[in-house]
Design a protein around this ligand. Structure first.
Ligand SMILES: *Cc1c(COP(=O)(O)O)cnc(C)c1O
Length: 398
């Protein structure tokens, strides 16, 4: 077979070893930190958690940080702290990971889906403002792919309507807007430390804020709704504790925090590598008619959690799904982020016949592909992705 015969059609693939779209980077220091923790007195809610929280608060230019068991728990805790409850409306992007909307449902609130800008996949003041009603309680901005939203405009709208602005920064730890970290730009900001995210703890999450009241509510919520933790009780020689509301066990263990603290020391170098890879893609695809990368907004530093391109379907004989299959056959782990949340069967049933009006999200969903990007990728891996893209897109060129 010729090398330019698509693997989909029986040709030789560009890669024999599948390249994932993302994966963690674990260093010897991370492993050493786990060992130190396992040999210490505390396996949960101990000194590593304190140190990791302090580090995240510093990175985020925030007063408070509470570590929790995952990013979804972080959203749940942040929405709860913001006072979101029965029948409140929460504006979320049409294109995001389902958890952004699900966390509103956990609190019997109603996710209201805002359309996104076609060139950035971010919500904008224009897509959010018309959705505000007397029942609206909060706006949740998602820094899709690691690109910060227009927080200036969104916080303006939030202030004008007395709404709480929450930032889902699960993609954007380390990203900045106007020189400030994304975690500093809303009333509450949320991180995830899942293995594909900028830093990992295996599973993990955190909420950062400057508001002492929110912080206290989150600490209570992650610990069954109990007012004091065991350290405080030990210090005060007390056994008595009080559960004052219904909370959860959403704690982050010290073992996880040890990994997170160690990972966070390498955040800048891991981001620098992701940026390098993104620039190699930018160069390879500039002026390429069959695709366009998402636009990068001015005055931002991107964290490149994802590298998303839009296929120019007018220039291709096949749609996104076939391009996806062809690239997978070449050994390239492309992915799609994300199906508009309200298109999931659960939401279709929940909303019955009602479908949110997000024409841009519905159209863009048919065109997007995420290319592999993560700090442990080698230059050869990057070249394989580029060659596979050329091979597939040229085969489908019209
Ligand atoms: C990953 C992610 C979450 C959920 O985080 P988990 O740690 O997997 O629970 C929420 N929102 C967005 C945008 C995410 O990418």
């Amino acid at each position: 077979m010729f090398r330019n015969t698509l693997a989909l059609n029986g040709g030789a693939p560009i890669r024999n070893h599948f390249l994932p779209y993302s994966r963690q980077q674990i260093a010897p220091e991370d492993i050493a930190a786990v060992e130190t923790c396992l040999k210490s007195d505390w396996l949960t809610t101990g000194p590593f958690l304190n140190a990791f929280e302090t580090q995240l608060a510093t990175i985020s230019e925030r007063r408070y940080c509470a570590g929790v068991s995952n990013g979804t728990a972080a959203l749940h805790a942040a929405y709860h702290a913001a006072g979101i409850s029965d029948r409140d409306e929460v504006i979320v992007p049409a294109i995001t990971f389902a958890a952004t909307a699900n966390a509103a449902l956990y609190l019997n609130a109603i996710p209201v889906f805002a359309d996104i800008a076609p060139d950035t996949i971010l919500i904008t003041p224009d897509t959010v403002a018309p959705l505000i009603t007397p029942a609206t309680k909060a706006i949740v901005a998602v820094d899709f792919a690691g690109q910060p939203c227009n927080y200036e405009a969104l916080s303006g709208i939030a202030a004008e309507h007395n709404l709480i602005l929450i930032a889902d920064c699960c993609h954007s730890l380390g990203a900045t807007y106007n020189g400030r970290p994304t975690g500093a730009l809303a009333d509450l900001a949320v991180y995830s430390f899942h293995p594909v995210k900028p830093i990992t703890t295996g599973e993990g999450g955190a909420v950062v804020t400057d508001n002492a009241d929110y912080y206290e509510r989150i600490c209570r919520f992650r610990n069954h709704g109990i007012t004091t933790d065991h350290h405080q009780r030990q210090k005060e020689n007390k056994w008595h504790y009080e559960m004052v509301e219904l909370g959860f066990n959403y704690r982050l263990s010290d073992i996880q925090a040890a990994v997170g603290l160690s990972q966070s020391n390498r955040l800048q170098s891991m981001l620098a590598r992701r940026t390098e890879i993104a620039h190699q893609y930018d160069q390879a695809f500039s002026g390429y008619a069959q695709l366009s990368p998402l636009r990068t907004r001015p005055r931002i530093d991107h964290s490149y959690h994802l590298y998303v391109i839009r296929l120019q379907v007018d220039h291709l004989s096949e749609g996104r799904d076939t391009v996806f299959q062809a690239l997978r056959a070449e050994g390239i782990g492309v992915n799609v982020h994300y199906l508009p949340v309200y298109r999931h069967p659960y939401y279709q049933q929940l909303f019955k016949s009602f479908t949110p009006n997000c024409p841009v999200a519905d159209k863009i969903y048919q065109e997007i592909l995420s290319l592999p990007i993560y700090s442990a990728m080698t230059d050869n891996d990057v070249q394989d992705v580029i060659q596979a893209m050329y091979k597939v897109l040229e085969a489908f060129q019209v």
